[in-house]
Design a protein around this ligand. Structure first.
Ligand code: LMR
Length: 401
């Protein structure tokens, strides 16, 4: 019966992370998966999360199914965090939000929704993008194309080429965009570029699908949401997938949401119904625990304040480590590969190392990066940064650039 089943080659990120765990060497450093680790290399439990969880556990109760669309207070808190307390689209009831299984779940529910109501459309992703974007949309039945994005020569954005390519897409094409802290490159649009891009997408009647998995890791919670807030402000229909894996350090709780900005409250009600139906067809209803934590933190002023401060300090630590690796690599790697460590934003730096160099780093030095050359700088710390910089310098000296 199953003779014809192909072997799974593994996932470029998650399988590598599993392989890291199996690596018997003591001196190994995991800069592969997008996870924030603290200065001691530990996965933090944020103070506000700890406190909210303690409050919830102090009131144990039954565990019924959540509604298909998710926990109501959570959905409301998600909308306020993403679109702002003063969002008109939100107060007018033009945003439909469902709780999902992390950001990937939001992308899948969104993909199923679009496939059903825009069946012939094609999805366009940045070149490069997070490996799972293409996978999720292809598995949902879409053809996936790319638009220019990253410029390896400068380590920055190819904005004119990106804009021109998007300006040539057929109406109703889906354009997948990263709101902030682009994964894998760490290269973002500035606000003026977002305004220009939104103008093009409006004129061409394209459907933006914004992925925001790193809110708070770029500049701030508010400014990282500029693109989606601007879309909502200008009444541009769009989908927004968000995740609390990173900014709440709640990876395994699978806390995410899908929000759809609609033209009217009546349309939003129908869209919400169809998102709910996509949830039912995929997994019926989402889990409770993480959503209750997030809702409690965001809905309790003191906890929210503590969460924001801790998130800001995590972000500050990443920036310090960027500065430190930059300092240590100065003079050891070509200048064109250096500036990116401090210029790119969020959890990742696109190092410009080749797949072969990444393989040598891993095999010879126990330093794990994704084979695209993506480094998770959020896993650097005072204890490993010197060894990582030395390993990179040696690999470059040995294999060239
Ligand atoms: C990553 O990009 O490393 C993370 O978002 C984890 C994942 O699921 O790929």
């Amino acid at each position: 019966m199953f003779e014809h089943i192909d072997a799974y080659p593994g996932d470029p990120i998650l399988t590598l992370n599993e392989n890291f765990a199996k690596d018997p060497r003591d001196a190994k450093v995991n800069l592969s998966i997008g996870i924030y680790y603290d200065d001691q290399g530990r996965l933090p439990v944020m103070q506000a999360v700890r406190e909210a969880e303690a409050q919830l556990l102090a009131q144990p109760g039954p565990k019924p199914y959540l509604p298909m669309a998710g926990f109501a207070q959570y959905r409301d808190a998600v909308q306020a965090l993403l679109f702002g307390d003063d969002s008109h689209a939100r107060s007018e009831g033009r945003i439909a939000t469902v709780q999902t299984l992390g950001g990937s779940g939001a992308l899948k529910v969104g993909a199923d929704f679009i496939k059903r109501y825009f069946p012939g459309t094609k999805v366009w992703v940045s070149d490069p993008t997070w490996e799972n974007h293409r996978f999720i949309f292809e598995r949902a039945g879409f053809e996936v194309g790319t638009y220019p994005y990253y410029d390896e020569a400068s380590g920055g954005l190819q904005f004119p080429a990106m804009l021109a390519a998007i300006d040539a897409l057929p109406p109703r094409s889906v354009v997948l965009l990263h709101a902030c802290c682009h994964n894998p490159t760490g290269v973002d649009l500035n606000d003026a570029q977002w305004v220009q891009l939104i103008e093009v997408m409006k004129r061409r009647e394209l459907l933006p699908f914004i992925d925001i998995a790193y809110q708070g890791f770029g500049a701030s919670i508010e400014t990282d949401a500029f693109a989606l807030r601007e879309l909502a402000r200008q009444n541009v229909p769009a989908l927004v997938a968000n995740s609390f894996s990173k900014n709440f350090s709640l990876y395994g709780e699978r806390c995410g949401a899908l929000s759809v900005i609609c033209e009217s409250p009546a349309i939003a009600a129908r869209v919400l119904g169809q998102l709910t139906s996509a949830v039912r067809a995929n997994y019926s209803n989402p889990p409770t625990h993480g959503a209750k934590i997030v809702a409690r933190v965001l809905g309790t002023p003191a906890l929210r304040q503590a969460w924001q401060e801790e998130l800001a300090s995590m972000c500050g630590r990443i920036k310090r480590m960027r500065g430190e690796i930059h300092e240590r690599l100065r003079g050891k790697v070509p200048d064109r590969l250096l500036a990116r460590y401090i210029e790119q934003r969020g959890m990742f730096t696109y190092t410009g190392l080749s797949a072969g160099q990444v393989d040598t780093l891993r095999e010879t030095h126990g330093v794990y990066l994704i084979r695209s050359g993506r480094m998770c700088v959020a896993a650097l710390n005072e204890n490993n940064v010197a060894a990582v910089a030395d390993a990179i310098a040696q690999v470059i000296a040995q294999r060239g650039t």
